[in-house]
Design a protein around this ligand. Structure first.
Ligand code: IMP
Ligand code: MG
Length: 175
């Protein structure tokens, strides 16, 4: 059977939710500057949309971490494929991620970043699958909690495909 995509969260709902998150984050960080750290590649679509809706000053940096594993689950072993360009010392860091699944990637990343003496570290994720959690992670801002299904779109991929879908979908017909 060929792969097909079923819409789980339509584009309009994603846009509205990001708008609300941007407003809340802007209120919470009033008078401060946010250093947004995008977790590549998945977080990039969300980060761009979110950053445009934040009204306090922001600076951006990117990190690429990959967890060794098969296509649809992470092994818990995390490798930094691309580190940040700038120091985060004394900065108000906001990590922007596409999805928290087992929590292993972010638990590791937060630990690494905290050692670099930022002023604060908070976490914003577009999607959260709380049922799948293996490592506890404090998630400060969540777009949507979703059930345990493999999703694509808005940065999320299946075998590097579907990142550019402007909505969140579920892949059906996987072998
Ligand atoms: P964790 O370490 O298990 O929390 O996995 C985090 C990473 O696994 C995410 O940043 C995604 O890249 C990937 N991932 C987890 N669930 C999904 C999914 O449903 N679709 C696409 N990628 C996913
Ligand atoms: Mg990711």
């Amino acid at each position: 059977m060929a792969e097909t995509i079923k819409v789980l969260i339509p584009e309009k709902d994603v846009d509205e939710r990001i708008e609300a998150l941007g407003k809340k984050i802007s209120e919470d960080y009033a008078g401060k500057q946010i250093h947004m750290i995008c977790v590549l590649k998945g977080g990039v679509f969300f980060m761009c949309e979110l950053a445009k809706r934040i009204s306090v000053p922001v600076s951006l940096d990117f990190m690429c971490v990959s967890s060794y594993g098969d296509a649809t689950s992470s092994s818990g072993v995390v490798r930094i494929a691309k580190d940040l360009d700038e120091s985060i010392e004394g900065k108000e860091v906001l990590i922007v991620e596409d999805i928290i699944d087992s929590g292993r990637t972010l638990a590791y990343l937060i630990e690494v970043l905290k050692k670099r003496n930022p002023k604060s570290v908070h976490l914003c994720t577009l999607l959260d699958k709380p049922e799948r959690r293996e490592k506890e992670v404090q998630v400060d801002y969540v777009g949507f909690e979703i059930p345990d299904e493999f999703v694509v779109g808005y940065g999320l991929d299946y075998a590097q495909k579907y990142r550019n879908l402007p909505y969140i979908g579920v892949v059906e017909g996987l072998e």
